[in-house]
Design a protein around this ligand. Structure first.
Ligand SMILES: Cc1cc2nc3c(=O)[nH]c(=O)nc-3n(C[C@H](O)[C@H](O)[C@H](O)COP(=O)(O)OP(=O)(O)OC[C@H]3O[C@@H](n4cnc5c(N)ncnc54)[C@H](O)[C@@H]3O)c2cc1C
Length: 1016
């Protein structure tokens, strides 16, 4: 494509009213031509459409069928398909559908009937996929492209497969694209010129055209680290672009999910500004009009094109990820990036259309849509601006709206078909998106060709007609009980480090904290700051020479003073109303929010979390304060009454009394925030003994409670030696409750000591104990292995495996064990080990030199019996800091220490299971039961796991770490703990002593209502 960049004002041929009228005329023509070209009943397309219409009439059936379709390529034999079909299409789902009832009428999936159904279903699913996917290899794809050209349709080829998870996959994607460019370039030389599709504004256009997705070229396409992504992706792309340019192949960069949008645009501009490509016009990018700032993206691109001085192509789409964008935004409380009413996307599309056509001298405008109104509007505005058909192009997807394609071609417009090809496994996400698009009620295709609603209504100007849209997903699932969860609480929102601004702020805060140097924190006893002359230094595990801060070290005498201060503060604090206490907790949440960055930085430096992990911990700490405030208010508002005639009965909750909170170091801020806010909320007073490995984060938390006005003595801060001070506090006769989070052995000692009644003690102590774990994830044979690999890696290695919820065993079904292991190994190689303060490192140090040594000992022992599947090379480790190279073992003896003992480091054991029964058996074969996970597409296996996989938190088809307050109340059983659910509605009750008060309301026959019903 060659175009001059002289900004030529385009003379309008007619006004906008005429354009609107013309738009409807063109729309009607498109409709009429398209309807005339609709497939007849002897064509497969007709049957497919009937099927989709039939299915989409029943939303539940549609969901189950699409979910089933999604897993078909992952299934083994025909019997396996039949089994899954029956599991998805249960009698209550298919009740109204005779064909579906017949399809699932077999008893045994292995029977002849069952296997025959499986075979037919497999064939049908692949046939359906093939109508959207144009071949499985480059040869077929090119043959198909040639057939399109023969019908006067241009094409763009896209190699199926979205995000990659390993470098070999990314390299393979680059190889396939290179092969495609070579073959296409060669084939295109022999194609005859088709003026309708090959001639552009300034002469011939490239006949060969490909579309790429940047995520295919980097397994760690993480917007948090755009420079590293640039180097990796540009490194893989340059050879492709060089060949494409040499062979005259056009390259379009597709736009993906919103989180990649900024990075994709920035990447595109930066790469195309490189001297080698600066004057290359045969490249394009996508603008998504469903984004609220889609128009701003377009203007930014136009401005950039002006500066660059060489035109590009821009494809305007509405956007393919509306459902996921809205669902995730609503789920996590982040701003919704897309328009929420369909007409808004349509109207934005029309505004962008006009802008693009008005700048046809700067760009080659391409309009991708199957919406007749949108297409007709493009044609009408082009006419208004006096642009001939060759100045822009319309684009559609293979397999969708075929009659419309014919209509567009008949009307002499340049039409390009987007043709994905390749491995069907990789194409499943694409296929499901298309099926959803074809059946969505908001989709034009469904309204226009499925429902045949009146043309005029469909051709109305969206900005004026503003038809209603389907409602957004709600924050709470509809299955949620009306009374639960509470509406008064909403989770705080994590910081988005994809934003350069936020990254800069974090880096500045980190530099400022380092420049300030270590800060000393005294004890806090009865509102007094107490220095003891003894200090506990907190070292940065990534830079052991760096002292983050020091806290005073308490003696047992200080511990006695702290308990006495807490006991003295108990009566006035518990006498405050629940609302007053809740108010202070909410204020604490606000201060935590205001100091989020400072706290994040403290966690990065003190325990070696990276910015995202540390920020998420601050979020959790904020949530606990707000959540416990809301819970205690609810308890106060709704006391449990059981008044019966003549008697009033009420259940009230008293605080336990003086509560000792023994914090852990892996969540030093969040855990203590949860424990302390719960204890305070119901009127206890608290002595906090933080972990000596992370005392600074907890010191900051104490400052927050003091700053918001929690009265002297209600919270006392007592860092000190665990064996001495912790043990002394637990044994103290004036302590009423002990809350502990830490290792199993210490937890058991705490439980045993707290159970003893000591001299002077007149009560039993309440204990709330969370200890160790050996969490397992089961990977079933029918999963998307890539998805499971990513979930396992994140669960096992984030924060170097030092979360108590981390995965340390992955149990893989024999049928996919080897394939899974290979992908796991390749993907593990992408993990970046390094200083967590450096953006992009996802594996940091372990907490101490002693821990590094202990973990290394486990690894050495494991190497004598198990096979090393993956181990980060020693030279990948930073020279300074307590780093342990992540290791994955296979062929692990399920009874070995590696499979049974808590290691609390970056070590993962892969166990092979014969079948699902065996997998459950292995998963439950542990003294621990904290978290567990299952990746499976089998509804029956999922259902079994719900009841038979006995863990405190079971996660299905997702990572097993990162529980959210209120959403996933957290806590384990067996030797993992006593089952208290932190972040759940019952947690506060652990800090209370319930009392029932019954009052006889009858006075000599006089009832409370005043009626005298005594017999006279
Ligand atoms: C050739 C081609 C290339 C494409 N490339 C890309 C690409 O790179 N990136 C990409 O994201 N998509 C891409 N798409 C997909 C495209 O985004 C969808 O096909 C398109 O959104 C469907 O729009 P439509 O105009 O055909 O249909 P319509 O039925 O008019 O619009 C449906 C669209 O409206 C939007 N929408 C639906 N409900 C609502 C609502 N309640 N509120 C607001 N908006 C709503 C959604 O975007 C939905 O997809 C491409 C499509 C084609 C044809």
């Amino acid at each position: 494509m060659t175009t001059t960049l002289t900004p030529t004002p385009v003379a309008g041929r007619h006004d906008r009213q005429t354009t609107e009228r013309r738009c409807r005329e063109l729309g009607r023509e498109l409709f009429e031509r398209a309807h005339a070209a609709e497939p007849r009943f002897w064509r497969r397309a007709w049957w497919e459409r009937q099927m989709l219409e039939y299915v989409s009439a029943d939303p539940r059936l549609q969901t189950q069928l699409f979910r089933f379709m999604e897993c078909v390529p992952h299934l083994g034999d025909d019997a396996d398909i039949a089994r899954h079909l029956k599991e998805y299409l249960t009698p209550d789902v298919v009740k109204g559908s005779l064909p579906m009832r017949l399809a699932t009428a077999f008893r045994d999936p292995h029977s002849l009937y069952g296997r025959s159904v499986g075979s037919v279903v497999r064939w049908s699913a692949f046939a359906m996929a093939h109508s959207f996917i144009t071949g499985t290899n480059t040869r077929e794809a090119i043959a198909n492209a040639e057939r399109l050209r023969a019908r006067h349709m241009a094409f763009t080829l896209d190699v199926l497969g979205e995000a990659t998870i390993s470098d070999p996959q990314a390299e393979e994607a680059a190889r396939v694209y290179l092969e495609l460019i070579e073959s296409l370039g060669e084939a295109a030389r022999h194609w005859t010129h088709v003026p309708q599709i090959d001639a552009g504004r300034d002469g011939p256009m490239p006949r060969a055209n490909i579309s790429i997705k940047l995520t295919a070229f980097d397994p760690v396409f993480d917007p948090v680290n755009p420079d590293r992504v640039y180097d990796t992706v540009a490194g893989r792309l340059r050879p492709l672009l060089d060949r494409a340019r040499a062979l005259g192949v056009f390259v379009n960069v597709d736009m993906e999910a919103f989180r990649y949008r900024d990075m994709t645009l920035a990447f595109f501009k930066r790469l195309l500004n490189e001297p080698a490509y600066r004057d290359w016009p045969d490249i394009g990018i996508v603008v998504q009009a469903y984004l609220q700032d889609g128009e701003a993206d377009l203007h930014g691109l136009l401005e950039w094109v002006r500066q660059r001085g060489t035109p590009i192509a821009i494809r305007l789409v509405k956007g393919a990820y509306w459902d996921t964008e809205t669902t995730y935004a609503v789920r996590y409380g982040t701003p919704i990036p897309v328009w929420t009413r369909k007409w808004e996307s349509d109207a934005c599309y029309e505004r962008c259309t006009r802008t693009m056509l008005e700048h046809a001298d700067l760009i080659r405008p391409a309009f991708a849509s199957h919406n007749v109104r949108s297409l007709a509007h493009v044609m009408a505005v082009a006419e208004e601006l006096g642009l001939p058909a060759r100045d822009y192009e319309l684009q559609m997807l293979a397999g969708m709206g075929d009659p419309l394609k014919q209509a567009v071609v008949q009307m002499g417009r340049c039409l390009r078909i987007y043709c994905p090809y390749g491995d069907l496994l990789k194409g499943m996400a694409y296929l499901i998106r298309r099926l959803l698009e074809n059946t969505s009620n908001d989709s034009f295709l469904k309204q226009g060709f499925g429902d045949r609603a009146a043309y005029d209504r469909l051709l109305e100007n969206p900005a004026e007609a503003r038809p209603p849209s389907a409602p957004l997903p709600r924050r709470r699932d509809e299955d949620t009980f009306e009374e639960e969860p509470m509406t008064a609480f909403a989770n705080a929102v994590n910081t988005g480090f994809a934003s350069a601004e936020n990254r800069i702020r974090a880096a500045d805060a980190l530099a400022a904290a380092r420049a300030r140097g270590p800060v000393d924190y005294p004890l806090a006893i009865g509102g007094q700051a107490v220095e003891t002359g003894q200090w506990i230094a907190s070292h940065n595990p990534a830079h052991p020479d760096e002292i983050v801060g020091r806290t005073a070290a308490a003696s047992t005498a200080h511990a006695d003073q702290a308990v006495a201060a807490a006991a003295a503060a108990l009566a006035p604090w518990s006498a405050r109303s629940a609302y007053q206490r809740a108010d202070l907790l909410r204020k604490a949440a606000t201060v935590l929010t205001d100091h989020r960055l400072e706290l994040t930085v403290a966690l990065i430096r003190e325990i070696g979390k990276n910015a995202q992990q540390a920020d998420a911990e601050v979020t959790e700490a904020i949530d606990y304060c707000n959540y416990h405030a809301a819970l205690v208010e609810r308890m106060a508002e709704r006391p449990r009454r059981r008044n019966v005639p003549g008697e009033d009965n009420v259940l009230v909750y008293d605080p336990c009394g003086v509560c000792v909170c023994l914090g852990c170091w892996d969540f030093p801020l969040a855990m203590l925030s949860g424990m302390v806010s719960a204890a305070l909320a119901v009127g206890n007073t608290v002595v906090v003994k933080p972990s000596s490995r992370a005392p600074v984060a907890s010191a900051l938390l104490m400052e927050v409670f003091t700053a918001v006005g929690v009265p002297a003595g209600a919270v006392n801060y007592l860092p000190g030696d665990g064996a001495e001070i912790g043990a002394h506090l637990v044994a103290h006769p004036d302590v009423h409750a002990v809350v502990f989070c830490g290792s199993r052995d210490v937890g058991l000692q705490v439980a045993a000591s707290a159970a003893q009644v000591r001299p002077r003690q007149r009560h039993l102590k309440r204990t709330v104990i969370d200890t160790g774990a050996k969490n397992a994830i089961i990977v079933d044979h029918d999963v998307d292995i890539d998805e499971a690999v990513l979930g396992v890696l994140e669960s096992a290695f984030a924060f170097s495996g030092q979360k108590c919820t981390a995965c340390s065993r992955v149990i893989v079904l024999d049928a996919i064990h080897d394939a899974f292991c290979q992908k796991l190994r390749d993907a593990a190689a992408t993990m970046t080990i390094g200083d967590p303060a450096v953006v992009g490192s996802n594996i940091g140090p372990v907490i101490s030199a002693a821990d590094a040594e202990r973990i290394t000992g486990y690894i050495a022992e494991a190497k004598t019996s198990a096979r090393v599947l993956f181990e980060s090379p020693a030279d990948a480790l930073p020279k300074q800091g307590h780093y342990v190279a992540p290791v994955i073992f296979t062929e692990v003896d399920p009874k070995s220490p590696l499979a049974q003992e808590e290691i609390f480091g970056p070590v993962l054991a892969v166990l092979r299971a014969r079948d699902f029964d065996h997998a459950l058996e292995l998963a439950n074969d542990s003294v621990y039961a904290l978290t567990g996970g299952l990746y499976s597409r089998s509804p029956a296996h999922i259902e079994r796991a719900r009841w038979e996989f006995r863990v405190g938190n079971l996660y299905i088809n997702r990572k097993i770490t990162g529980s959210q307050v209120d959403v996933q109340p957290y806590g384990g059983s067996k030797l993992s703990g006593d089952g208290a659910r932190l972040g759940g509605p019952d947690y506060l009750l652990q800090f209370c002593r319930p009392r029932t008060i019954s009052e006889n309301t009858i006075r000599h026959g006089l009832t409370a209502s005043g009626e005298d019903n005594s017999e006279s």
